[in-house]
Design a protein. Structure first.
Length: 326
């Protein structure tokens, strides 16, 4: 072979080798072996787990509910108070989707879920009322709502399912924590209750608990002893055969243990219900959670046209507010 041709061939082979090496290096620069990938992935997983654990620890240490950012400001900070007032009219209490009610810890909210969303009337995401779902109707039937055996018995009831509304609110418990509350009431007072509890919440008014009385098998005494705030319960007035305003869903009892039902015997002695609340029957004594004329709760209910049982003469029902259908 001609020597010049051989040299040209060697030059071309050299060029090809250089190009091939460059391409190989470029490809390898953007890839890795399985062993290298496994080692890197393991390292990243460890780093991510450490970061997640750190984040969970921080979250757990704050323990802040979704409402904390909109919590009412303290009176000694006028600027913060002004900011909270402006948020009241423009911001909801939480940023959760109303349809998330199915995940609520409350029985009524879980049973209604989002089934009544189209008919829901909301002041904010957490303060609303709506009709009772079939599931909620079944739950209360035979407990707070009578079970009937005939159409005649059903027609004789003073209130039907369609007259009732499920009410969801927020309130501060006795530990100062924001928590959910629920009631069933007559449609006639549903808007009143939502507005009243909305105002009480922003003033950090404390209510120990507010769950359906069905959680107590419809037992009013058990509910009062547990200081449960409740509304609808198809029952008679204690010691009589007359239907209570609670049977119509037109009455509500607030913090009943600290604001008992007091009747008077012919000899002038008092009968207190619940019995364990005897120490709170003396209203001349000051104590926490006492409802009187100056109490915010009492003032708000009266502004909305309710009658307070503490103003009655023949008996005193300090926990009780009722409204009459017009």
């Amino acid at each position: 072979m001609d020597r010049s041709k051989l040299l040209k061939m060697l030059v071309w082979l050299s060029v090809i080798v250089v190009i091939a090496a460059g391409v190989s290096h470029l490809v390898q620069g953007n890839s890795m072996s399985l062993a290298e990938y496994a080692e890197l992935h393991s390292s990243e997983s460890s780093s991510g787990a450490s970061s997640t654990a750190s984040g969970n620890t921080a979250s757990a240490s704050t323990g802040s509910p979704a409402h904390d950012s909109l919590e009412p400001s303290t009176p000694d900070d006028p600027q913060a108070s002004q900011a909270a007032d402006s948020m009241e009219s423009s911001q909801p209490f939480t940023d959760k989707d109303p349809q998330d009610s199915e995940s609520s810890q409350l029985t009524g909210a879980a049973l209604n879920g989002s089934s009544q969303l189209a008919q829901r009337v909301s002041l904010t995401d957490d303060f609303y009322y709506e009709p009772l779902s079939d599931n909620l109707r079944r739950y209360i039937t035979g407990i707070s709502y009578p079970a009937t055996d005939s159409d005649e018995e059903t027609a004789a009831l003073v209130v039907g399912y369609d007259d009732l509304r499920y009410v969801h609110v927020l309130h501060y418990d006795f530990d100062g924590n924001s928590t959910e509350g629920e009631l069933i009431c007559n449609e006639y007072i549903a808007q009143d209750l939502v507005e009243i509890f909305h105002e009480l919440y922003y003033n950090e008014y404390q209510i120990e608990r507010m769950v359906l009385i069905d959680e107590y098998d419809g037992d009013d005494t058990a509910s009062m002893e547990d200081n449960n705030t409740s509304c609808f319960n198809y029952r008679v007035v204690e010691g009589s055969s007359s239907l209570s305003k609670h049977a119509y869903g037109l009455a509500i009892d607030v913090n009943p243990f600290y604001n008992p039902y007091v009747t008077y015997e012919k000899d002038g002695t008092e009968k207190v219900s619940p019995v364990a609340a005897l120490g709170y029957a003396d209203r001349s004594v000051n104590f926490p959670y006492k409802i009187d004329e100056e109490d915010l709760c009492c003032r708000l209910f009266k502004e909305h046209g309710f009658i307070w049982g503490g103003n009655w003469n023949s008996l005193k029902d300090y926990q009780h507010f009722q409204k009459t259908l017009k």
